[in-house]
Ligand binder design. Structure first.
Ligand code: NDP
Length: 339
């Protein structure tokens, strides 16, 4: 059973060599009797920015435990059930949810997985548009941003797993949507594939405040925050009265030992801005509502999704590390096996 192990706790910028591909692990191909566990073959693994946080040794409890050095890392994935001692799962079922970065996983608490019923869409979508990032975009936008037709919406890391969907949801709502991304290719996709009104390459802008003023001469009503740092500071200066900022993620800070200072927080007061963090896990129980909304949009071609796939478990560490320099064009997925 090949596995991707965490070598040791990580400080600073995560590197491919912080993970090791091990071929030494073995697994029983039968689930122990009365264990209520299931054995799965992993098909697709999701690379997500929060996984960097799990590589750090924590001084105080967080919302999720750190990975254990020397053990296989875990993450969201799509898997096929090979054997089951759990009444709700049968051999051949397709499931999504937390699994190991390995070829086969014994899942002790399968009740936290969801069964995949709709296979007319690519299975890998259950790591992205129909999985955790899709729910993040959906609840983060509709619930946290309280959007209204005609509002001015700005999204950072806009071509990522979450951002590309937030932009499309905002367009469906009748908003004016601008996204930022780190390459001109991504900017082009945002405008020409995802229907953003405008997009810009933040790496080519010396003055983010000036760039935002160019795209939002009347200011921003909603900022969907994925990156933090300098971008957040510039956005604060450009928010409108009673604007809303949903703090989804701060990826520019994940490899730093100390968070960069944000200087313009007084804007929260002067412009009566509501800035609210959220955790997608708080919405997991609403998965059926999310599916009811999103699946028809995919089937009718009203929303599209771009994935960036790499082949083989061994490609996982580089794919994961690549998130932090923007190597991924769209949702980063590792294909471990085709059914
Ligand atoms: P993406 O698919 O967007 O991948 C990460 C992207 O972030 C990269 O492609 C890169 O794009 C950009 N990026 C990387 N480093 C930096 C940097 N230093 N400064 C600015 N941009 C950077 O990831 P997701 O869509 O999966 O996640 C987006 C955000 O949402 C993350 O912050 C993540 O932690 C958060 N999140 C939060 C959840 C919640 O429950 N609150 C749940 C899921 C995700 P580029 O080329 O544009 O630089």
């Amino acid at each position: 059973n090949r596995q991707v192990l965490l070598r040791d706790y990580v400080t600073g910028l995560v590197k491919e060599t912080d993970m090791i591909l091990s071929t030494a692990g073995s697994i029983r191909l039968k689930v122990p009797a009365s264990s209520k566990a299931i054995l799965v073959k992993n098909l697709y693994l999701s690379c997500d920015p929060y996984m960097r946080g799990r590589m750090t040794k924590l001084d105080c409890p967080s919302y999720i435990d750190s990975f254990l050095p020397g053990s296989a890392i875990t993450g969201f994935g799509v898997s096929k059930v090979l054997d089951s001692d759990h009444p709700e799962f049968r051999e051949g079922d397709l499931v999504g949810g937390m699994t190991g970065w390995e070829e086969y996983s014994l899942i002790q608490m399968p009740q936290f997985l969801f069964k995949i019923h709709h296979t007319d869409v690519p299975l890998s979508y259950y790591t992205g548009i129909l999985g955790m990032p899709g729910m993040t975009a959906y609840f983060g936008f509709y619930e946290v941003c309280s959007p209204k037709k005609g509002e001015y919406v700005f999204i950072s890391a806009a071509l990522g797993a979450v951002g590309q969907l937030v932009g499309q949801f905002a367009k469906l709502m009748g908003c004016y949507v601008v996204g930022s991304a780190g390459t001109n290719k991504k900017v082009d996709l945002l405008k020409n594939k995802f229907g953003f009104d405008e997009a810009f390459n933040y790496k080519e802008e010396h003055d983010l405040d000036a760039a935002l003023k160019r795209y939002f001469p009347e200011g921003i009503d909603i900022y969907f925050e994925n990156v933090g740092g300098k971008m957040l500071d510039a956005v604060l200066l450009n928010m409108r009265l009673h604007g809303r900022i949903s703090v989804c993620g701060l990826i520019s800070q994940y490899n730093l030992e100390h968070l960069e200072g944000v200087h313009n927080l007084f804007c929260l007061i002067s412009k009566r801005i509501r800035m609210e963090g959220f955790m997608v896990a708080d919405y997991f129980h609403l998965y059926p509502k999310f599916m009811e909304f999103t699946l028809p949009l995919i089937r009718e071609g009203k929303i599209v999704y771009v994935e960036d796939t790499t082949e083989g478990l061994e490609s996982g560490p580089a794919a994961l590390v690549g998130l932090f320099s923007g190597c991924n064009v769209g949702k980063q997925v590792v294909v471990v096996a085709k059914q």
